[in-house]
Structures are given as C-alpha cells and as structure tokens.
Write a protein that binds this ligand. Structure first.
Ligand code: FES
Length: 91
C-alpha cells in the first residue's frame, strides 16, 4: 500500500491510497477527517499540502491548476482531484 504524507489546517496525516479512489476518498476511507465540501474541484475546502509521496500522484489537473495557481508548485493539491499515478500501484 502506498502512503502519502500531507498537511491540512496544521494537521499531519498519512493516507494509504486505495486503488480506484482519489486522495480524498482514500483518506476518508482510512478514517482521516479530511475537510471537503463540493468533491468537484471548485470550492477549495479540500486543499492540502503534500509532505511526501508527491511522486505517487498524477499531475495536477485543470481544476487544481485553476484554483491553486502557483500553489501547485509549492506542493498544494486538491484532495478530491488528486489521483494515484502508475508508480503508486504495487505489483
Ligand atoms: S472538495 Fe471542493 S475542491 Fe475538493
């Protein structure tokens, strides 16, 4: 299982990716109280900053780039939009 360390509102969490689920869904299924609202990439409530494991994710999508702008380069993502990349899939 591949883990992502992230911070949201000053709280540090470790999320294990669940195949077929995005970062928010994986976190919630792991019992992590990530904040969210729209789940569509438009409200920004699920914004998180990656501490480690960024390489496990696919690139930021259009909605993330629009809402987060330069913050994407600083490691910020929208948990409801961030999905697992091919390198996160265990053999
Ligand atoms: S929950 Fe609204 S942008 Fe992710």
């Amino acid at each position: 299982m591949s883990g992502i360390r992230l911070i949201q509102d000053g709280n540090v969490y470790e999320v294990s990716f669940i195949p077929g689920k995005n970062l928010l869904e994986s976190g919630l299924d792991n019992g992590i109280p990530l904040k969210y609202k729209c789940r569509k990439g438009s409200c920004g409530v699920c914004k998180i900053r990656l501490i480690s494991g960024a390489g496990l994710l696919t690139e930021a999508n259009k909605r993330e780039r629009k809402l987060l702008s330069d913050d994407v380069k600083a490691g910020y993502r929208l948990a409801c939009q961030a999905t697992m990349g091919p390198s996160a899939i265990d053999d």
